[in-house]
Design a protein around this ligand. Structure first.
Ligand code: UD1
Length: 425
């Protein structure tokens, strides 16, 4: 099993370039299933999750060529099967995103229930509510060790309707939006998620001939079209990767320039870091983050759907708060059990107590390196951040979680002066 070894590091300095967003590229890849013509996607990060999505698309009949570093050409001239393989879907929750495009294009789909990070129940009821509203029959099957969802549209295919999401789920908004692109008539998604990744997906779909308006607001209108055409698109920068490097600069009291970032997408992280005494200069597509301008002080955070503070930054930010002066409260409202990193941080000497969806963080902790686990993708990033300032050596296991979502993480961190390496044990 591979591990990361992180040693107490110097203040990070230099420049780091952010990769294309994992959470944008996965739905874009799924969306190519709607289109029989060539889809070129640029700025694709080299990640395990992207690899899994590639394999799923290929199993469904897509042919994929890597035409240049970070550039994929995907053609799904014909869909070979509408059944996604369990061994791949079980690795990643985002694989359920192939259901909308398959149902939209072929009128049927059979998908095992998805895997991914264990951060709460993560049901798919809102996805299914949307497909049902578009006229699909949904049957849940239990087949021995695993369950799967079977969906079938009526004889005319899916038919546009008005769908209200009880929670602005990112995945449900994306899945329903993709299903509705080729539907008959117009679909409205109300209380839709407003994340930048939704806007990127709508832009990609519109470039291939879809008629989507309102992405980035709480109501998305999708007018069904009959056919789609070839498209070229560049993935937006990864705001969560950017936030992670902003925190790496802050926690080590360093001075880092982050390029290929859209400051608008990381507004809550900029605001919260400023409250903590970090100086941040914003350019059009870069940020200069200075943690060396004075004492770091605590603040409270509460996760919310976009444009609120992102749940994916909750654990990395909590690692940072453990060393700030003063106490903080962290409230998680998006997922119901996303505090697994607390036990790991406490093992390193942090003092954090939880009660339901709240965590109370005592600041000024003197962290010390020890053996910890990446309990999920972002919790893994939190462990690395803590390791950068902990006395001695931090050994992080289960790092496959981190590699699912951060491209060249070790290389990028080392480029800024972090003492981090990967060992096979
Ligand atoms: C996406 C992101 C993930 C991020 C999350 C919230 C990708 C690939 N992943 O995940 O990194 O943490 O958004 O910003 O883009 N829910 C339901 N029923 C549903 C669907 C969701 O109750 O049918 C609930 C979930 O249990 C959760 C909340 O809604 O509590 C948010 O989930 P959702 O926005 O769907 O997250 P994902 O799309 O899975």
């Amino acid at each position: 099993m591979a591990k990361y070894i992180v040693k107490k590091s110097v203040p990070l300095r230099g420049e780091v370039e952010i990769s294309g967003a994992k959470n944008a590229v996965l739905p874009l890849m799924a969306a190519t299933l709607l289109n029989p013509e060539e889809c070129v996607i640029r700025s694709v990060p080299d990640l395990k999750d992207v690899q899994v999505m590639m394999e799923i698309l290929e199993s469904l009949g897509a042919s994929i060529d890597v035409t240049a570093p970070g550039e994929f050409s995907i053609s799904s001239r014909q869909i070979k099967t509408t059944e996604a393989p369990f061994n791949l879907v079980s690795k990643m929750r985002a694989s359920f995103l192939v259901m909308g495009p398959l149902l939209g294009r072929e009128g049927v789909a059979r998908i095992p229930l998805p895997g991914g990070c264990s951060i709460g129940a993560r049901p798919i009821d809102l996805h299914l509510k949307g497909f049902r509203a578009l006229g699909a029959d949904i049957i849940m099957h239990e087949d021995g060790a695993f369950s799967y969802v079977e969906a079938a549209a009526g004889p005319k295919g899916l038919i546009g309707d008005r769908i209200y999401l009880d929670f602005p789920s990112v995945g449900a908004t994306e899945n329903i939006m993709m299903a509705a692109v080729l539907a008959l008539g117009t679909t409205y998604i109300e209380n839709a998620a407003e994340e930048p990744e939704i806007v990127d997906l709508a832009n990609f779909l519109n470039k291939m001939g879809a008629k989507i308006k309102g992405a980035g607001t709480d109501t998305i209108r999708i007018e069904g079209v009959k056919s789609l055409h070839a498209v070229k698109h560049t993935v937006i920068p990864d705001r969560i990767e950017a936030g992670t490097f902003m925190l790496a600069a802050a926690i080590t009291k360093g001075h880092v320039t982050i390029t290929n970032v859209l400051p608008d997408h990381v507004k809550p992280i900029i605001a919260k870091l400023r409250e903590c005494g970090v100086r941040i200069e914003e350019g059009d597509d870069y940020l200069e983050v200075m943690g060396d301008q004075g004492p770091l002080v605590s603040t409270d955070i509460k996760t919310l759907p976009y444009p609120g503070f992102p749940t994916d930054m909750q654990s990395p930010f909590m690692a940072f708060l453990t060393v700030c002066n003063g106490n903080s409260t962290v409230i998680e409202t998006v997922f119901e059990s996303r505090f697994m990193h607390v036990a790991q941080l406490n093992k390193m000497g942090a003092s954090i107590e939880t009660a339901g969806s709240r965590a109370f963080v005592k600041g000024n902790s003197r962290l010390r390196g020890c053996e910890v686990m990446a309990t999920d993708l972002r919790a893994g990033a939190a462990m690395v951040l803590a390791g950068l300032v902990a006395e001695g050596q931090t050994e992080i296991s289960e790092i496959y979680h981190i590699e699912r979502g951060y491209e060249n993480f070790i290389e990028k961190m080392r480029g800024l002066g972090a003492d981090i390496s990967k060992v096979e044990s």
